[in-house]
Design a protein around this ligand. Structure first.
Ligand SMILES: Nc1ncnc2c1ncn2[C@@H]1O[C@H](COP(=O)(O)OP(=O)(O)OP(=O)(O)O)[C@@H](O)[C@H]1O
Length: 240
């Protein structure tokens, strides 16, 4: 089952009481793809993400990761199977240094000698090596976001899910993050939920647009961003 897709979400629906947050959404992702999810506030993007990562059990539908069902497995087990997730809620420890945070994340998968090596590699790759000894609590918001990203990739996931990674970053930081994600997508698959259209335009190759819990359109980035339906749901906002 699963063909050669890394991730397959089939007909996912999520109901909260009477509210249908996500309705019958399917999405397939191959290895090495960098896919973006966009859509207006409340469209269901974060809920869809939480179903992929095991934080929500779907009301109906199926999620296959590496060809195997992960429904009901729980987020810790799904993370160990190779899915890294960065939510909108910070998960780094402010009282610990950058190195300690990245080391902790790397140690979940590796013995201490290998974790140290991996920790150094990751800090270098993300461009935070010079901040290794700094306590995370004193860092600027954009730097903290990069530390979060480092903790997500430290256990060498095959897929990373990033919910609004550019939120609150300066223009330069957003550019840098874009370059980083393009580079990261050479060694793992990436799904990004984001509102920042300049960022989306910079990184996206393929895009799914959510609207009112359903998929409005999906396809290559240039085609999707110039589609009139997408312009309409973002009425008053710049899309392309
Ligand atoms: N735990 C929950 N209980 C009840 N309703 C919820 C819950 N989580 C989300 N919803 C509802 O589901 C719908 C989709 O919300 P969701 O957060 O997934 O949208 P989103 O596209 O991620 O929005 P944003 O871009 O603002 O983060 C909204 O109507 C929201 O109020």
């Amino acid at each position: 089952m699963g063909g050669n897709y890394l991730l397959e979400a089939r007909n996912l629906t999520m109901r909260f009481g009477g509210v249908v947050a996500v309705r019958d959404v399917s999405l397939s992702l191959r290895e090495g793809e960098l896919h973006c999810l966009i859509g207006p506030n409340g469209a269901g993007k974060s809920t869809f993400f939480r179903m992929l990562s095991g934080q929500h059990r779907p009301s109906s539908g199926e999620v296959l990761f590496n060809g195997r069902s992960i429904i009901g497995q729980g987020s810790a087990r799904i993370a160990r199977a190779g899915m890294g997730i960065k939510t909108q809620v910070p998960s780094v420890f402010n009282s610990m240094t950058v190195r300690e945070n990245v080391m902790l994340a790397a140690s979940r998968e590796l013995s201490s000698v290998l974790a140290k090596k991996r920790c150094d590699e990751v800090m270098e790759r993300i461009g935070i090596g010079h901040l290794a000894a700094a306590k995370v609590g004193i860092l600027a918001h954009g730097q903290r976001q990069l530390v979060e990203l480092a903790t997500v990739i430290a256990p060498s996931p095959s897929l990373i899910l990033l919910d609004e990674p550019a939120a609150g970053m300066t223009g330069d930081e957003v550019d840098r993050l874009g370059d980083l994600l393009i580079e990261l997508a050479r060694s793992c698959s990436v799904i990004v939920v984001e509102h920042d259209m300049a960022f989306i335009r910079r990184i996206a190759r393929s895009i799914t647009v959510f609207n009112q819990g359903s998929v409005l359109i999906e396809g290559p980035a240039d085609q999707v961003l110039s589609d009139q339906r997408v312009r309409d749901v973002y009425l008053g906002k710049e899309v392309a």
